[in-house]
Design a protein around this ligand. Structure first.
Ligand code: HEC
Length: 174
């Protein structure tokens, strides 16, 4: 410091002070914007939780495609059957992905085998095997419901389509 004259010392001290103040304000600014960001993330998280379908809703979706799959298969409309089994698989995958707070979703893999078998039957256009594998798929739904205290929720082979505005038969049979 000896080499600096008093005026230079003051200038030096002032610039150190200014630098310190600048750093403090920057820190404070950063903290405020971090807090704002965190609040935004928290409210978005809450929004996503509110908007995402529950497991029961996804199951109702699976139920509809399960039913349509039966009428498409027995109507020999293999293209529609292929579409319906695809929808079931997609919804099961969605449930696995988003319903991570529901421990039951870990067991959803039990549907993979019957779904693959039905895919195979659709490819082979094998109606007898399709009916057998459809029975196995339906049993699997109930196995999980029973294992998870939803034994009162029994899935069956449908007797009539819920919707009346869709033709399930293949074009050749119509
Ligand atoms: C891995 C376990 C598991 C499998 C496999 C499973 N479910 Fe479910 N299902 C559940 C659970 C758990 C619930 C209760 C969800 C809730 O708490 O809202 C449920 C509920 C349902 C509901 C009730 C919805 C309502 O409001 O009536 C239907 C319908 C349903 N499942 C259909 C099916 C069908 C069809 C299959 C087979 C293709 C199937 N489930 C396979 C676990 C499973």
């Amino acid at each position: 410091m000896k080499i600096l004259n008093p005026a230079m010392r003051i200038i030096f001290l002032l610039s150190v002070l200014a630098f310190g103040i600048q750093a403090c304000t920057n820190n404070a600014k950063e903290e405020t914007s971090l807090k704002m960001l965190q609040n935004k993330v928290d409210s978005l998280n809450l929004f996503v939780q509110k908007m995402k379908p529950g497991l029961g809703e996804l199951m109702t979706n699976i139920q509809l495609h399960h039913e349509k799959l039966w009428f498409a298969g027995t109507g020999l409309n293999w293209k529609l059957a292929d579409f319906e089994i695809g929808e079931i698989k997609e919804t099961v995958d969605q449930a696995k992905e988003i319903e991570t707070d529901r421990p039951e979703t870990k067991s959803l893999t039990m549907l993979s085998e019957p779904i693959n078998a039905i895919n195979h039957d659709i490819e082979n256009q094998d109606i007898n095997q399709f009916k057998k594998d459809y029975g196995i798929l339906t049993q699997t739904c109930n196995t999980c419901h029973t294992a998870n205290h939803f034994e009162f929720n029994v899935i069956t082979i449908p007797s009539a389509p819920t919707v009346s505005d869709q033709d399930f038969k293949t074009l050749q049979v119509r």
